[in-house]
Ligand binder design. Structure first.
Ligand SMILES: Cc1cc2nc3c(=O)[nH]c(=O)nc-3n(C[C@H](O)[C@H](O)[C@H](O)COP(=O)(O)OP(=O)(O)OC[C@H]3O[C@@H](n4cnc5c(N)ncnc54)[C@H](O)[C@@H]3O)c2cc1C
Length: 268
């Protein structure tokens, strides 16, 4: 199928972009790997696509005192290969190869994935586990939103219509585990786990189970893997999908938790 007709604009700066995204019926276009298929399937019909691909400020990865600030336009492939990401936030580099296939990873962006908030996507769960901060800008100001309040529901985030997600800030966390069960490599996850651990404890996020990624707060405080698996039923309330019942998903979450537990439990 073909996309419905739309106007197209490619601003060169953020200052040029804001008045465009404020127009009724406009939609931000980043890597286009989710938006363009949705247009072609006529699931959405924006009047104006604002292609932010020319905004150089959104393409940087920079080391800051607390961690890494990663621009919204950094692609999945760039994240996967970045030495800085591998060193300081390895969870993201471990997650990236699970996203789709190389052609999609070459164009799809971190910001696009976070803004879309697909419940089976890898980065939103990583952002939640890492306690990342989303950096949002409109023409007047910038605001920062923690991942836990950014993801609001099914494909729903805290981004306001006049805002662009310009970057995400990830604290340095060297101990992490990323695991995913999918029918084939590159498919969306049936269930996935993004876990990190530091001196303050474990943060374990699950995805593919609910309308948004979920932190397993009870399981993360358990003293043993058996206790953690038993507590998962308190943390997770999976919805089934076409192929897997809620009970199967909960079981698979326990399998992933068992596999991740030893790594996350090593002494610091
Ligand atoms: C066959 C296939 C398989 C896939 N498999 C996976 C997978 O396994 N896991 C996974 O996570 N993803 C998967 N994807 C999606 C892919 O990762 C996309 O790249 C990503 O979800 C969206 O990024 P994008 O840059 O392409 O965004 P776009 O498609 O350009 O935009 C997506 C949405 O986000 C908004 N948006 C984009 N950037 C911003 C911004 N900076 N600020 C505010 N709003 C913004 C857009 O308006 C749009 O609503 C798959 C895609 C395809 C086609």
């Amino acid at each position: 199928m073909k996309a419905p007709p739309f106007a197209y604009a490619k601003p060169r700066t953020l200052e040029e972009a804001f008045p465009l995204i404020e127009r009724p019926g406009s939609r931000i276009l980043a890597g286009g790997q989710s938006l363009i298929p949705s247009l072609n399937m006529r699931l959405s019909s924006p009047q104006l696509l604002v292609d932010i691909g020319g905004l150089a400020r959104l393409k940087d990865i920079s080391l800051q005192p607390g961690g890494l600030r990663i621009g919204a336009l950094v692609t999945h492939a760039e994240l996967e290969r970045s030495e800085q990401v591998r060193k300081h936030v390895p969870l993201l580099a471990e997650a990236a190869p699970h996203i789709a296939h190389p052609a999609i990873r070459n164009r799809g962006t971190l910001g696009g994935s976070l803004a879309l908030a697909d419940p089976a996507a890898e980065y939103p769960a990583c952002a939640l586990a890492l306690n990342a901060t989303m950096v949002l800008m409109n023409r007047k100001s910038e605001r920062k939103v923690p991942a836990a309040s950014f993801f609001k529901g099914l494909f729903e985030t805290d981004i306001r219509p006049d805002e662009i997600l310009v970057a995400a800030e990830f604290p340095k966390v060297e101990r992490s585990v990323f695991l995913e069960l999918a029918r084939r490599l590159g498919d969306y996850a049936i269930v996935g786990l993004a876990g990190v651990a530091d001196a303050s404890g474990k943060r374990i996020a699950f995805f593919g189970l609910d309308s948004k990624p979920v932190l397993a707060t009870h399981a993360a405080r358990a003293k043993s893997v058996e206790e953690a698996k038993a507590l998962l039923a308190k943390d997770l309330h999976p919805t089934g999908d076409l192929y897997n019942s809620p009970a199967t998903k909960l079981h698979l979450a326990g399998v992933l938790l068992s596999r991740a537990w030893n790594t996350l439990s090593k002494p610091h």
